[in-house]
Design a protein around this ligand. Sequence first.
Ligand code: PGA
Length: 252
Amino acid sequence: MRKPLIAANWKMYKTPEQTVAFFTAFLPLVAGHHRDSIAIFPSATSLPAAVKVAHGSNAAVGCQNMHWLDEGAYTGETSAPMVTAVGCTYILIGHSERRQYCGETDEIVNRKLHTALKHKLIPLVCVGETDAEREAGHTEQVLRRQLEQGLLNVSHEQAGPMVLAYEPVWAIGTGKTATPQVAAEAHLFIRDEVARLLGRSFASNLRILYGGSVKPENASVLMNEPEIDGALVGGASLDPQSFAKIVKYAAT
Ligand code: PGA
């Protein structure tokens, strides 16, 4: 059985004060909720405040990005030892906004994945095609390349805690959600590719989240699709009530 993970990607939103206000309102709403794992990815400057306020709760804290090297002359960067030192347990890797705006390639994703696993961070690796790639019929080709190159030289023993997120770029922040059928088809393809790369038993236990315009209104129908093992939520995770409703989606 794959325990679902519901994750909040806050992107470049919320100061430390706003972060504390969110957790103060959110944690009581999900107290005692253990059906799903919960992880929240605030911006880097809000991480210490988030870790402190979430301490002892059922919500884990993750960082949205890090460099692949442990230290060095890389102005503006944050390393895995820094991320773990503030108490983060998760790291987001390869989000499409970083691929699109910050030049994150499959090779960089791969380096960061190796670093995350070395430092015992749980990597949440994002893959997904753009609108143009889907229209051109290249969805599977793109996903295959992102997985083959992103997971290069990672063994199934090392990859243990890794989580994947399928995030079609055309569904992110657009209000256009993939139907459960479209998502399930992509998830099945991803699981088969991972089975080819890391073995069937690893792939069967791997959690593949769906991301892209997940909201309280559509969380249940998506989450009840057996291939979908959780959600990566952007916009709708910024409000405590909204995110709590997503975490507590109705199982049918
Ligand atoms: P969205 O973002 O929920 O606002 O579409 C999802 C994401 O970027 O992870």
